[in-house]
Ligand binder design. Sequence first.
Ligand SMILES: Cc1cc2nc3c(=O)[nH]c(=O)nc-3n(C[C@H](O)[C@H](O)[C@H](O)COP(=O)(O)OP(=O)(O)OC[C@H]3O[C@@H](n4cnc5c(N)ncnc54)[C@H](O)[C@@H]3O)c2cc1C
Length: 470
Amino acid sequence: MTSILWFRRDLRLSDNRALAAACAAGPVVPVFIRDARVDALGAAAKWRLEVGLEKLAAALEQRGSRLILRAGPALEVLDGLVAETGARAVHWHRLYDPQAIDRDKKIKTALKAKDVSAESHPGHLLNEPWTVETGSGSFYKVYTPFWKAVRDRDPGASLSEPGQIAAPERWPDREALSDWQLSRAMRRGRDIVAGHHAPGEAAAQDRLAGFVEAGLERYGEGRNDVAGDGTSRLSDYLALGELSPRQAWEAARRRVEEGSKGAEGFLRQLIWRDFAYHLMYHTPHLLSDNWRDGWDEFGWQTDPGSDDVLAWKQGRTGVDFVDAAMREMYVTGRMHNRTRMIVASYLTKHMLVHWKVGLDWFADCLTDWDPANNAMGWQWVAGSGPDAAPYFRVFNPDTQAEKFDPDGVYRRRWLAEGQASPPRTALQFFEAVPERWGLAPDDPRPAPIVSLAEGRTRALAAYERLKSGQ
Ligand SMILES: Cc1cc2nc3c(=O)[nH]c(=O)nc-3n(C[C@H](O)[C@H](O)[C@H](O)COP(=O)(O)OP(=O)(O)OC[C@H]3O[C@@H](n4cnc5c(N)ncnc54)[C@H](O)[C@@H]3O)c2cc1C
């Protein structure tokens, strides 16, 4: 029996339960569909998807298979492929955001009505969101009890990749990836960002193996060293599914059993990802609205094009640690977790700008963009989210820099202005940004948009007004 395998955010052949199920039944037609949801991705995420698809297509070819690319509404595309190939089943891995759930439910119903079986498989998470319940049968709103509820669960052994994948008698037509121009929106930054990435499943496996071997043991101490290489840097791979969370869990879990302390800290971070999905699934408004009641009156500024917001986006707030981090993201598509928290705190607290403005900019710039992690991260920092940082905790970027970048290595790496011979990384920012921004490495550093003391006082006053209902 021929089956269609619908790739979405699972661009891998190993530990791919949808692929295993399709292969077990006979010939497989792998497809990736560029539907409206793909078109809605941010510029960096689209570029990252493009290079991920190139790698996936090459890996499929090596196994006697092929990646069929089609653009259009997903159901129309799948209907067409079913008619062309005679497939009797469609397999995919589940996604958990409300739009994907809605789309997939409709597709399942429509395919079943035509007697085509539609099978959704777990694989994007370690724990399906509905399988983790509090004692009273509700969902978790706080991380630590969630962690305790799942840390001893065994997600099972990951699956190895198939050798050859049986091909259908006739391959359906496919569109060309280059015609899709997924990286068009990156404009001149594309090649610079590409230099900081090694996309694809094979690179993901190498990175995991290298990290487990050399980085995992000191993850606990190293994970806040913003200039170091102390974290796994697996987030792109996990976001696009080039690596399954189960593969990462399995590798680190083995080290925990061998007595590694750092490994447990890493497992906790993987569970933060599951927690974000748990929250998004049970409270989908996490993505779009203040998660906590009462925050709609906060009075944040919402203009994404204001001069101050533009300065934040361009790394020109005048606060070195904030600006360095914003440029790291522009040049690499990634940002260290510590500095994600700092730039988010600066925007939502010192500048009093709505977290959604920051969330949207991250969605446009991050190659590891993930709907649940991004929304939870922003709402956590802003104070409006689940298990949130208390509002009165306003990160002071200067104190944070003294602690986490004591020698200024990170700031010098990303800020060219004021340096006689700026490093290549700092100069790359000026090559990557649009010319209309009119920025040059020998510009003077701007004065802070708002002084750290004044920003903090203003933020706390705004919070007091919210609490007292004024
Ligand atoms: C404002 C804000 C926005 C964020 N946006 C995203 C995003 O769009 N995509 C994204 O993947 N992460 C996001 N994060 C979470 C975190 O910053 C990144 O996952 C992490 O920096 C990725 O680096 P790493 O792979 O080296 O992480 P490691 O420290 O090695 O952690 C391993 C994996 O655990 C998961 N993880 C780690 N920290 C978190 C966390 N706080 N929340 C959820 N999962 C986590 C990630 O999948 C990560 O790859 C955001 C955090 C904040 C504060």
